[in-house]
Design a binder for this molecule. Sequence first.
Ligand SMILES: Nc1nc2c(ncn2[C@@H]2O[C@H](COP(=O)(O)OP(=O)(O)OP(=O)(O)O)[C@@H](O)[C@H]2O)c(=O)[nH]1
Ligand SMILES: [Mg+2]
Length: 257
Amino acid sequence: MKAIFLIGTAGSGKTTFVKNFSQWMEDKGVDVARINLDPGVISLPYPADFDVRTYVDTEKLMRDIGLGPNSALTVASDLIAVKVHEISEEIEAMGHELALIDTPGQIELFAFRPVGRAFSERFLKGPRMVIYLFDYVLMLEPLSFLASLYLCMSVYASLTMPQLNVINKVDLVEPRVVRRIEEWYSNHLKLYEAITKSYRGEKLKLGQELSRALSLLSSLNKPMPVSAVTMEGFVDVYSQVTRILGTGEEFSQEQAF
Ligand SMILES: Nc1nc2c(ncn2[C@@H]2O[C@H](COP(=O)(O)OP(=O)(O)OP(=O)(O)O)[C@@H](O)[C@H]2O)c(=O)[nH]1
Ligand SMILES: [Mg+2]
């Protein structure tokens, strides 16, 4: 079974994306399993074929060990990491073609803890990839745009799976904002100019330094605009997913992006 992990900052739309993209793919005849790996979610808007909350109970961890909500989630995340084999066998036995996997709101709980490494290396038998969701709301200012790119790159560095980067919630922003963000991404000089216009002092210095290092991020694919709500961009996402997962062969950087 092939695997797609949805990763992104809190509220970026991972769960909505899993709900609507799985439905969209099913309508195209793809046999999709909806997998919830978020131990902290209260309710899900899609019928999960597998729900990690059957393996770990975050509220019980809070009650029994006296943990606060965030440390209970980190313990839950580490408990899931040691169960990767068991979870993988259970899902593989369902015999679906593709697993679409929802991950926790706090990005670090999955991407930067042992669970991320375990799932990126040992989950299911088929090829795996990440769809990384940027959120337009966090990319409107030059410095927050840069912070978003560096976070995306950190996820790639941590998991080293082929990563398709998309910017979600395009339905909420005006076309000129979409164009501006595309321009900052493709033309570093434009971003440098925006930084120079927007900031003074330490922020200006930091922005200039960070934008100079942008060339280091050239291995990131240019993020595609999508909307998990209106489904705009799903066709393009699907064609990239097919390209990346299609062959089932070992991926190389060139194949991935
Ligand atoms: N307009 C619009 N709203 C969206 C889109 N995607 C998600 N949302 C909204 O954003 C909010 C958060 O969406 P979720 O799907 O719960 O986001 P998430 O990343 O799973 O959130 P956490 O798991 O809490 O991190 C909800 O109110 C969604 O309806 C989108 O493409 N467009
Ligand atoms: Mg969610």
